[in-house]
Ligand binder design. Structure first.
Ligand code: CA2
Length: 142
């Protein structure tokens, strides 16, 4: 069975609490349930990790080395700032898909910048929670 690690960065544990017009009303636990149900259908093992701390996210990517077939990552605001996350994905060489719930390209200009994108096999944005399942399907097919 294939194993995929789903990583969420800062503030994604607060989903559903504020800004429903941007991120929807569903919570982080709803996201986990939605992705888990899809993974079960696709017979893929999925692990989840969420942190508000950049170094902990780097550790999670490094810990996937040698035991994970693919990574789905929503780096949150670190998307727009973190060379460390870019380097971590490059270092492990695990196929990684970048996901954003909102359409970052139509929001503030700084959200159009993504450092991690250069190390990712695909970027999916603006599809809500469906972006995560689309990312899993992409990793299984490629
Ligand atoms: O659209 C996305 O998935 C983002 O990665 C979400 C990040 C944001 O910084 C990125 O630019 C785009 C924010 C995570 C959630 O932030 C919340 C803010 C208020 C209430 C609940 C969550």
């Amino acid at each position: 069975m294939k194993k995929i690690l789903v990583i969420n960065g800062p503030n994604l544990n607060m989903l559903g609490i504020r800004e429903p017009s941007i991120y929807g009303r569903s919570t982080y636990n709803d996201l986990l349930a939605f992705v888990s149900s899809h993974a079960e259908k696709k017979q893929v093992e999925v692990d989840f990790y969420q942190s508000n701390h950049e170094g902990d996210l780097v550790d999670a990517i490094q810990n996937a080395y040698g035991n994970t077939d693919g990574i789905v990552i929503n780096p949150g605001a670190y998307t727009h700032t973190s060379v460390a996350l870019l380097d971590a994905v490059k270092a492990v060489g695990i196929p990684t898909v970048e996901v954003h719930i909102s359409d970052v390209s139509t929001r503030e200009p700084f959200r159009s910048i993504s450092y991690i994108r250069a190390a990712c096999v695909k970027t999916i944005a603006g599809k809500g929670f469906d972006g995560y399942t689309e990312a899993i399907d992409f990793l299984l097919e490629h």
